[in-house]
Design a protein around this ligand. Structure first.
Ligand code: X90
Length: 279
């Protein structure tokens, strides 16, 4: 049976060429409009619109039907979702899996809760594609992907926590600190799949130092790094340069956040996925 990788759009990958791949969009919702996080969306246009919106804004995850459609009717599926502790995406994907497997018991569907999001999911998706290309069995790919996830990490560096706080994903009192001029919040995806805030560096230079310190502490040794940025190419490039200076073997890729991560990471936000092994 053929394999397909399915991810919700919090991975920032609308498309992915190394394996059959489908992205299931989350949505950004305002009073006037819904933005679907797919390849047709003008993400920068959405960010500009959102800056002008005063009313409530929120997000919604794919439902069971949308996950079922993305999983298709035939292939064996390797699915990965944003952390189940901040979104209903994983629960919906699990329900889709149960339904599809009940309808066709010969199918295999694995749903992995990343307990993270963005570029950490991207690393796991890339690993799944390599395992498929290496001709591994479904069970081996699932096992190795889950094992790889124990060696990947996510750091974020945000200039605003407003949308996270307004939507109940971080404590509003803590979020206030980030409003101060020049203050960034550096944190990680915790073991439980929530935001763990670590440092409050002032200014871009200190923020870079703080990110590198966390990477070292969490065991980074020069392996793969994926940096997703929201309108902050300069910050992403400066970080990549700083990582390469210390770890010349680092294999780094920079990409833009798509809609969901742009909404929550906000302008200037950086999300860094990396592995603590050298592959
Ligand atoms: O179901 C939904 O509506 C989606 C809710 C998503 C909530 C959080 C998204 C955070 C994205 C922020 C920095 C990284 C946080 C890491 C957390 C484990 C980007």
């Amino acid at each position: 049976m053929a394999f397909r990788i399915v991810s919700d759009s919090s991975s920032n990958l609308h498309s992915f060429s190394a394996a059959p791949y489908v992205s299931v969009p989350l949505k950004i919702i305002t009073k006037e409009k819904e933005y679907c996080d797919d390849a047709l969306l003008d993400v920068e246009g959405m960010i500009a619109d959102l800056a002008k919106v005063h009313g409530r804004t929120g997000t919604s995850c794919p439902n069971v039907y949308e996950w079922r459609e993305a999983m298709g009717d035939e292939d064996d599926v390797l699915a990965i979702t944003i952390t189940s502790n901040l979104s209903g995406s994983y629960a919906a994907a699990m329900q889709a899996k149960r339904e599809l497997e009940a309808e066709n018991p010969a199918r295999h569907i694995a749903v992995i809760d990343s307990l993270s999001t963005g570029p950490e999911m991207q690393l796991v998706i890339e690993r799944m594609a390599e395992l498929i290309a290496a001709g591994k069995s479904f069970a081996e790919i699932e096992r190795e992907a889950r094992d790889y996830l124990t060696h990947t990490h996510l750091i974020f560096c945000l200039q605003s926590l407003d949308n996270l706080a307004r939507n109940g994903r971080v404590n509003p009192l803590v979020a206030k600190v980030a409003g101060a001029l020049g203050i960034r919040i550096v944190g990680i995806a915790s073991a439980e799949g929530t935001l763990e805030l670590l440092h409050k560096p002032r200014g871009a230079v200190r923020a870079l130092g703080s990110i590198l310190a966390v990477m070292r502490q969490e065991g980074y040794q020069g392996g793969r790094v994926r940096i997703a940025h929201c309108l902050n190419e300069a910050g992403a490039t400066a970080l990549a340069d700083a990582i390469r200076k210390e770890f010349p073997s680092a294999e780094i890729e920079i990409l833009k956040t798509t809609a969901l991560c742009s909404f929550y990471a906000e302008e200037g936000g950086l999300m860094i996925g990396y592995e603590d092994i050298v592959s």
